[in-house]
Design a protein around this ligand. Structure first.
Ligand SMILES: Cc1cc2nc3c(=O)[nH]c(=O)nc-3n(C[C@H](O)[C@H](O)[C@H](O)COP(=O)(O)O)c2cc1C
Length: 194
C-alpha cells in the first residue's frame, strides 16, 4: 500500500494494514512501534483487541528519551505508560539508536557523524521507514523482542504512523545485520506535496 502523502492522517490505514498482515501470517507475533505520547500505541492495542486475532501479540511502544525535546520532560505521561502496560504492552524509553550522543556532538560542534548519516540515508525512504529501523533496534536492545524472529515495525512522520515494514531485527552492536523483508505500507512522497 502506498500513500500519496506522508503524515498522521495515514495512521488508521497503517494500523489496518498491520492487523491484516498479522492475520495473514501467524508466524508474526511482535509489533514494535514509535509512539511518542502513546496515542498510536493505544489505538493499535484497541484494534488488535477488536480484530478477532486470538494469539498473543507482543506490542512494544517506543517513546522519546526524557529530555529529547524539552529538558527533563517525558512526552508520554505516567498515566498513559501505565495504561499501555496494563494492556500487556512493553514501553521503551531509551537513548535513540540513530542519534544518541552523536546528536550532542553535532549540536555543539556542527557537522554530522556516521550514525546521523545512516539516519539521513534511511530518511530518503521516508521518515517513517527510518523510525521503524530505529525503534526495532531500541526494542531489541531492551530485550523485548528477539533478533531471531521477523517482526512488524511502524514509524511515522512526527505523529502517528505512516509506514509499516517486516524486518529482521538486530542489536545496536550488530546494526548492519538488520534486514528489511517487506514494505507493508509507506508514503510515496517524502514531503507533503500539497
Ligand atoms: C525513537 C523515536 C525516533 C523518532 N524519529 C523521528 C524522525 O526522525 N522523524 C519523524 O518524522 N518522526 C520521528 N519520530 C516520531 C514517530 O515516527 C511517530 O510518528 C511518533 O512517535 C508517533 O507518536 P504518537 O503516538 O504520539 O503520535 C520518532 C519517534 C521515536 C519514538
Amino acid at each position: 500500500m502506498y500513500f500519496e502523502q506522508p503524515g498522521v492522517e495515514n495512521t488508521e490505514e497503517t494500523l489496518k494494514c498491520t492487523i491484516d498482515r498479522l492475520k495473514e501470517d501467524e508466524s508474526l507475533n511482535d509489533v514494535v512501534l514509535a509512539s511518542t505520547t502513546g496515542t498510536t500505541a493505544l489505538k493499535l492495542i484497541d484494534m488488535i483487541n477488536n480484530s478477532g486475532i486470538n494469539r498473543k501479540i507482543n506490542v512494544v511502544a517506543v517513546t522519546y528519551h526524557q529530555g529529547f525535546s524539552d529538558e527533563d520532560v517525558n512526552p508520554m505521561t505516567e498515566e498513559t505508560e501505565n495504561e499501555l502496560k496494563s494492556n500487556g504492552a512493553k514501553v521503551v524509553r531509551a537513548t535513540h539508536a540513530l542519534s544518541g550522543v552523536e546528536r550532542g556532538i553535532s549540536k555543539k560542534f556542527g557537522g554530522y557523524g556516521p550514525v546521523e548519516i545512516i539516519a539521513e540515508t534511511l530518511r530518503t525512504f521516508g521518515q517513517g521507514l527510518k523510525v521503524a529501523y530505529e525503534v526495532t533496534v531500541m526494542a531489541a536492545d531492551s530485550g523485548y523482542i528477539s533478533t531471531k524472529k521477523d517482526i512488524i515495525a511502524l514509524g511515522g512522520s512526527s505523529k502517528g504512523s505512516d509506514c509499516a515494514i517486516i524486518i529482521k531485527p538486530a542489536n545496536m552492536n550488530n546494526f548492519f545485520e538488520i534486514s528489511l523483508k517487506e514494505i507493508i505500507c509507506k508514503p510515496k512522497n517524502k514531503k507533503k506535496t500539497i
